[in-house]
Write a protein that binds this ligand. Sequence first.
Ligand code: MF3
Ligand code: CO
Ligand code: CO
Length: 277
Amino acid sequence: MLPAQRQLYNHPDSSGPITLHTAEDFEGMRAAGRLAAEALDMISEFVVEGVSTAELDKRIQDYVEGAGAVSATIGYRGYQHASCISLNEVVCHGIPSDNTRLEDKDILNIDVTVIVDGWHGDTSRMYVVGGSSFPTREKLIRVTYECLWKGIHAVKPGATLGDVGAAIQKHGEKAGFSIVRQFVGHGLGEQFHMSPNIFHFGKPGKGVELVPGMLFTIEPMLNVGTYKVDIDEEDGWTARTRDRKSSAQFEHSVGVTADGFEIFTNSPRGFEQPPYL
Ligand code: MF3
Ligand code: CO
Ligand code: CO
C-alpha cells in the first residue's frame, strides 16, 4: 500500500531522509512524467543532420512552456537551457549550442526535466542521426537501454537499491562496457534532486530497502572505454569520457508501488525503444 499520508523514511545507507509519497502524489508525477516524455517524442523528427543542438533545445523549451509547464533545468544551479544534449563522448550535461551541429552517425542523449503543478518529470533517451551508427555505438545504446530495464525490474518493496545497481552493473559489464560512477540517479518529486542516491552499480541485498511511495530516477550511463569522466573546466557542466570514447544513457522516473514499480515517463507514442537498432 502507498502511505495514506506523506511520511519520512530513514535508512543508514541513505544520504538523508526519504519521502514516501501518497496516491495523490503519484497522480502529480504521472502528469509531469508524461509531459517530459511527450517532449522527447516531439523532438524525434527534428533530430537530423545539420540541426544545431540550440535549435533542438528551443523547440523543447517552447513545447514545455506551451503546455503551461516549467522547465526544471532553466535556472537550476545557473544552468540556462530546457534540456541537456550530450553527443558521442559526452556522458551527460551537454549544453545546447548554436555551434554544435548534428552529423551523420552521431549518437546523442536528450534529457528533459519539467515541473507540472509542482511535480518533477525527468527522462532521457538516445537518438541516432541518420538512423544508424557504428556497430559499437549501436551496441552501447542497446545495452544501456537494457540496463535501464534491468534496474527497473529490480524495483519492488523489500528489494534494495543494491539490487537495482547490481542488476545494471552486471548486464553492462558482461557486455564489455563500463558503468559511470560519478553521476547517479536521484529521488525526485516536489524537488528535482532528493534522497536517495540511485547508484548504477552495487551489491545485491545492500543499500536502502525499497518501500512503497518512494520516487526516484534510474539513469544509467555506460561507456565504451573507461568509466572515468572529465568535467569541462570552462563551462563547468559538460561531462566527457576521459578517453573520449562513446557514452550512452537512458532515464526514467519511477515510483515504488505495493507490488513493484510504476514508470511515469513512458513514451506516449511508443518511441522509447531504440527503433534504430
Ligand atoms: N536531468 C538531469 C538529471 O537527470 C539533470 C540536469 S541538471 C542541468 O538529473 F542543470 F544540467 F540541467
Ligand atoms: Co535525473
Ligand atoms: Co534527467
